[in-house]
Design a protein around this ligand. Sequence first.
Ligand code: HEM
Length: 444
Amino acid sequence: MGESRTLAVRRPASHDGLPPGPNSPALLQTVMLAGRLQPYLDSCRRRYGDCFTLRTLSWGPCVFVSSPELVKAVFAADPNVLRAGEHSADMGLGEVLGPTSLVVQDGEEHRRRRHSVSAAFQGKAVRHSADEIAEIARAEVARWPRDTPVALLEPMQSIALEVILRIVIGVTDETRTRRLRALLPRVASFDRGPMMWSGLRKTPSWQRYLRIQAEARELLTQEIADRRTRTDLAERTDTLSMVLSGGGDLAENDVELVDLLISLLLAGHETSSTGMAWALERLVQHPEAMHRIQAAADLGDPSLEAQLDSLVREALRIRTITPITARKAAAPVRLGPWNLPAGVNVMISAGLVHMSPDNYAAPEEFRPDRFLNDKPDPYAWVPFGGGARRCVGAALALLEMKEVLRTVLAEVDLHRVDDRSERSRLRHVTFMPDRGTRVVVRQR
Ligand code: HEM
């Protein structure tokens, strides 16, 4: 255990007291982070251990941690001191999610918004959606062409969009559903440049994006107004209805509700669809694992549920979706042996944590049964972040991934187009399979 961990402690601090790191110019470090994120982080971990500092032009010093002890220290820290909202706001996320979004808030403002929505996302509350998710997936699979190569990333995006429309927003009006179905994918696919740098916000493409957002926001405002008048509001199980009938602070304020829905769309659409696309990509490259799941389903094997659960968690471990979970220190903070000054960003890269040989045996191997008997360590398995900011939609995302995989594998056989694993490509804010999970679909 722990060659890198020992290195991290033994290596001297850099001259400013921060954990060690490359002394190349900040411009070069920024370019490396932007262009070759994961390989650059991997090489820094090999060189400096599980706690190192990178210096960036845009955000200043960023301290990356990857040992479970330090990850735990970050997630357990006072969320008013290690602030997620402030970091997200620095990234410009308020521009796309809206200034009242819980994602860009900290402290009491964050707590009360999260409180209004978290009950609707608890495991118990989302479980009733399993059949509807399966129905959405079945309708999608029926449209796929058979016996010819097809990329499954886009169909997974359609499924995830439908989940947001029906299970999160709960839209019922046909015309509005059609319009939102066309608009929301465009709202979710924004350009990071103008979001992060205000100087780029005059471009025609950004102005067009803002007009699309405004139209979607108007439709969502109408939906909220209609929903308030529904006599069956209290019985409805979509997230919006549950927030409205829950009576929390958010229920009263349309602007905040629209910011919430846009945030749920942006946080939950591309992430879930990419997770499903990666799980299918891994299965197609490991047909024996896929056939085991199909056989268990055909035989009604009671361990199927546990197998799907382990498979989904292993797919989320081996293929990173959101590259970095970050906090900004609002005051000096102690992290392991280090005293970090205010203003430093503390970063957890799921890729580093999940691929560390200190945390997993044979981390490069896809082992769908890895978590069959051992639940993941919450500080070594971090696809959903952690602590007070842990992904609010995690239970829905896991359910969605399992139900979609279960349905797809019951309906069709998937065959690989070639035996090269797909590479990770950063698009918007997620790492996607570069060929979009290309497979041949055959009817079972
Ligand atoms: C596989 C799918 C998903 C992944 C990998 C994922 C990942 C994450 C991560 C890494 C965070 C940051 C956590 C932190 O800072 O500690 C996050 C936050 C969040 N996620 Fe997810 N997410 C997924 C699906 C969803 C879904 C389906 C929804 C809702 C529909 C959702 C809503 C949110 C929200 C609202 C936050 C902000 C929470 C806060 O700031 O308190 N996510 N997610």
